[in-house]
Every structure is written in C-alpha cells, then in structure tokens.
Write a protein that binds this ligand. Structure first.
Ligand SMILES: NC(=O)c1ccc[n+]([C@@H]2O[C@H](COP(=O)([O-])OP(=O)(O)OC[C@H]3O[C@@H](n4cnc5c(N)ncnc54)[C@H](OP(=O)(O)O)[C@@H]3O)[C@@H](O)[C@H]2O)c1
Length: 406
C-alpha cells in the first residue's frame, strides 16, 4: 500500500474534519468548501473543527458550517466555548485530548493545519483510522516522518501534500518511475529579507519578519519564511514524502512564487506546477484528488507576471538552510530537535525576547548539543520523537534565557 493509492474520492458526500480551522490554512479550507458547495461541486458534512484558543472565530465557523464537534486545545477556554455554542447542538471539548478526539471521529478527509509539533499526535490519530490526510502541518513530518508515513501506509489512507511546493511536486512526480527522476527543485520566495544585508537582519522586528511579500500566512510560518527555516523544514518534509534521496532535493530562490516547485527527469525534462500564490489551489488539489475541483483563487495572468527570476540561496545570510540540510543528513533525533529548537526560538522572537538572528543561532546550538549526545540513528516510535522534541525544547529554552540576558 502506497501513500497515495488512488480511489474515486469526490463521488459521495464526505465527512471532513479541519484540525486548526481558525488558522490561515484552516480558513482557506473552509472558504474553498463554501465555494465548492455553492457551485454544487462537493457535498460534505463537517465532522469537527478545532482551534488552540480562538473561541470567537471557532464559534463563528461553527455557526456557519454546523460541525458535530468543536474543540479548543487550551482548557482555560472551555467555559467560553460552552457559553458561545449554547443552543447550537454541537458537542464540545477542551485540552490536548479533545483535539485528538476530534481527529479520531469519523471523517474520511482530514485537513492537518495545526501549526508546529502540536499537530503530530492529532494527525497520527486521524492517520491510524485510515483517513485521507491533507497535510499542511509540515512539522509533523519533520519531527516523526518515518512514524507518520508508516502509520499511513499500514492504515491505507492517502497522504496528500498541501504545502504548495510539495503539492506542486506531487502533481508532476511520476510515482511509477521514481528512478527516472534526477532532481526535485523546491522553490522559495526568499521571504521579506531576501535582499537585506545581515547587519540589517540583526535588528529586524517581528512586524517586519511576518510581512511576507507574496503569501498571507500564520505568524510562525511567516517568521520561518524570513529565516528560510521554512524551506529547510520543507526539504526534510520532501525527503519523507517523495521516494528520492535528500541529496537530490535542491532549493532555488524564485521571488515571484509563480512556479511552486519542479521535478527534473533523467532526460533533462523539467515539469513544473504554476499558479498564483493562493493556498486554495493546493487545498483544492488535495480535496478533489485524483479529480479536480474549481477554486476561487485568481488565475495566472502571464503577461502581467512578465518575468520569472531565479537565484541560488545564500547560506551565509540564511544559515537555517544549512542546518536543515545537516539535520536531514544526520537523521535520528536531529530533524525533530531542529524543529523544536526553531519553534521555541520563533516564539521567543515574536515575544520580543531575542533578536532575529538568534533564531538560527539557537537552532544551531541545539543541533550541536543533541549531535554530541548521539541518540538513535532513526526515529521509529512516536515516543522517541516526542522525547527528542521535549529534550530539544529544554535546551532551546536555556539558550533563549542566555541570549535574552546577554
Ligand atoms: N499559511 C500558509 O499559507 C501555509 C502554507 C503551507 C503550509 N502551512 C503549514 O500549515 C500549518 C498551519 O499554518 P497556518 O499559517 O495556517 O498557521 P496559523 O494561522 O498560525 O494557524 C494555526 C492553527 O493551529 C491552531 N493551533 C495553534 N497551536 C495549537 C496547539 N498547541 N494545539 C492545537 N491547535 C493549535 C490555531 O488555533 P488558534 O487560532 O486558536 O491559535 C490555528 O487554528 C503550519 O504547519 C504551516 O507550516 C501553512
């Protein structure tokens, strides 16, 4: 059983769950579903919607889409949630276990759009019961890619990449002949600091870091785009999703974000997927796969785009790319540790506790520390991945304290 063994999927009413429905990808998913329903393209029922603590938005969505179950991860929000859904005939839950309950409920298509390693356990719950997983939450493959893909293979669902780059590759990758593929080319916008000097980046503010030139996204992934850690995490994600060696995956800066990624074949042919930078296109691809469904995203106007340009990435100004390459080469606990360190450092940066360049510096310190300690060569169990994540967070938090005090 592969990760994408196809069946006709859009033919009957489907039950859908969105983990992280109040975030940028979650909102785009609901927007696309409303669009598809309004055109009679898809019949669906929403089984569950989840958030961390944004009760207001979750309840606004619940009123419109009438899910059977809504949950918040933050238990302190339970009373607010209960009061807000009173009279709506919707079951509710709060806490990490409630998010896993949402994932466990009977929905055949689950959008995994929680940000960070917090998405790992709920995504695994949905995967274990054989649901098709539309995967936006790249961190869960970075933390525990071998575990997640093994569970999906065994349970028989499909793993449908939603990250625009991986969705692009998915659309042009010949899974019957992977040995005829020479390179995957992951494109990167370069983020808001693409043309900044390192000394300018040293004093970059959170507001500048989240101001992505092409995409509108949540705060964490926006900062990851600014450090280019996002592309590093995507390199690790791609190594789990596609049957190629990580050394065959290259990163190419393409500031217009029109070519979402490319696959090069041994005969020199390069196949690409193009589109406007709108997540509703890859989400539509994952929703309808293996069919197609219309999306409200703007269509490409090539004459207006006029020019597509490319640059090699600068590893000196964006060391996160080098760190991700080192982590995927090292394997074992390294990718999970890098991811955890980055999550802690990004949160500290957004809270104003550390400087922008500290994010990669802390990630590097943590990576060096865990590589000195060794650890298993591969992570084969969820417990190992969770443990690596926890250890790395502790080291990273110490690094944050040291840098904040410096
Ligand atoms: N945004 C994009 O265009 C894009 C593109 C490609 C891939 N991705 C990936 O998709 C994922 C989501 O990104 P996003 O930009 O949509 O993030 P986001 O806007 O920050 O939304 C994150 C969602 O996860 C929920 N959440 C946060 N922490 C949680 C926790 N501890 N437990 C349970 N739920 C939690 C949030 O709830 P609250 O609203 O209550 O905080 C929200 O619903 C990330 O892995 C990102 O890398 C995003």
């Amino acid at each position: 059983m592969g990760l994408w063994d196809g069946r006709e999927r859009m033919t009957q009413t489907r039950k859908i769950t969105i983990l992280g429905s109040t975030g940028s990808v979650g909102v785009s998913t609901l927007d696309l579903l409303a669009f598809a329903a309004s055109r009679g393209e898809a019949e669906f029922e929403i089984e569950a919607l989840t958030a961390n603590r944004n009760v207001e938005k979750l309840v606004e969505q619940a009123r419109k889409f009438r899910p059977k179950f809504v949950a918040v991860a933050d238990e302190s929000k339970l009373a607010d949630l209960r009061a807000a859904v009173a009279g709506l005939d919707i079951e509710i839950g709060a806490g990490k276990a409630a998010i896993e309950d949402a994932a466990s409920r009977d929905a055949g298509w689950v959008m995994a759009a929680i940000v960070g390693a917090a998405g790992l356990k709920p995504t695994l719950k949905a995967a274990k019961r054989g649901a098709d997983i539309a995967l936006a939450n790249k961190e869960c493959l970075v933390c525990a890619g071998d575990v997640v893909t093994a569970v999906i293979r065994e349970a028989g669902g499909a793993l449908l990449p939603v990250d625009s780059e991986h969705n692009a590759i998915f659309q042009v990758f010949d899974f019957e002949r992977p040995n005829r593929i020479s390179r995957l080319i992951l494109t990167a916008s370069g983020g808001p600091f693409r043309t900044w000097k390192k000394q300018e980046m040293a004093s970059a503010t959170p507001a500048q870091a989240v101001a992505h030139p092409n995409w509108s996204m949540g705060a964490k992934i926006s900062v990851d785009s600014a450090t280019m850690m996002n592309k590093g995490l995507e390199l690790i994600e791609a190594a789990h999703l596609f049957p190629v060696g990580h050394e065959q995956i290259e990163i190419l800066v393409h500031p217009q974000s029109v070519i979402h990624s490319m696959v090069e074949y041994v005969d020199g042919s390069v196949l690409a997927q193009l589109g406007t930078p709108d997540m509703r296109t890859p989400i539509a691809s994952a929703l309808a796969w293996p069919d197609r469904t219309p999306s409200p995203s703007a269509k490409l106007d090539f004459a207006k785009v006029a020019k597509l340009t490319f640059e090699a990435p600068d590893l000196e100004r964006f060391p996160a790319l080098r760190l991700a390459r080192e982590a995927v080469e090292a394997g074992g606990v390294a990718p999970a540790s890098l991811n955890a360190a980055n999550e802690v450092a990004v949160a500290a940066f957004l809270n104003g506790n550390i400087k922008f360049l500290d994010i990669a510096a802390i990630s590097e310190q943590v990576l060096e520390s865990v590589s000195r300690e060794g650890g298993p060569a591969t992570l084969t169990t969820l417990e190992e991945a969770v443990d690596a994540d926890r250890q790395a967070r502790l080291i990273a938090e110490d690094c944050v304290v040291a840098r904040a005090a410096a």
